[in-house]
Design a protein around this ligand. Sequence first.
Ligand code: FES
Length: 225
Amino acid sequence: MQTKGTIAELVLLDGLPAARILCPPPMIPAPGKYLLAHANGSDAPLAASVFPASSFTDGFLAAPPIPDSWTPGTHLHLRGPLGHGFILPQSARRVGLIAFDDSSRRLLALLDTALTQDASVTLVCENPPDDLPLRVEVQPLRALNEVCAWADYVAVDAARESLPVLKSRLGIGSPLRVPKDAQILIRTPMPCGALAECGVCAVETRDGHRLACEDGPVFDLKEIF
Ligand code: FES
């Protein structure tokens, strides 16, 4: 689907600009899914991929990073929602959110659903946001393995180049030391959003190469490790 959107305002999230984007409700990406967005009149050669940090009835808050040139009132050409997002099982009662190497905001898009189903939530990250609900526990990355052992669902956010380090930190081998329900959002450039099959977003999985833009960017962790 393609349509237009508008940047209603910029807000600082963890010291970085994020954009509140107004758009038709069907365009609002679910947690882990994304839109390709191009500012009207921009000379940027490629659209930016934007992920939700939270959503509203008339749009969503796009998690950092966003293009520097975006300002309130900017009109956007939007395509999406694209890709596969997170699937939080309704039965999950102990949810671990692991921001391995970047902002936790893409993972926090899951927070409302997790809290609504009365799950306990632990966020693992090095730079926790200061506006978290009191119900959310925060742990540093060194607690990664303890949180994985405690959780019955884990969502991870990591850059493609961080996957080897993540794998060793998780101690993955046999047996797998993560819950059965574990997913990972793999961040890569996604310049064409599957339109041109450019291959820039290729991810190595246990079954060969997959495209993050189309097959992901959220994968089952067991597909990757
Ligand atoms: S971004 Fe071009 S194939 Fe994925």
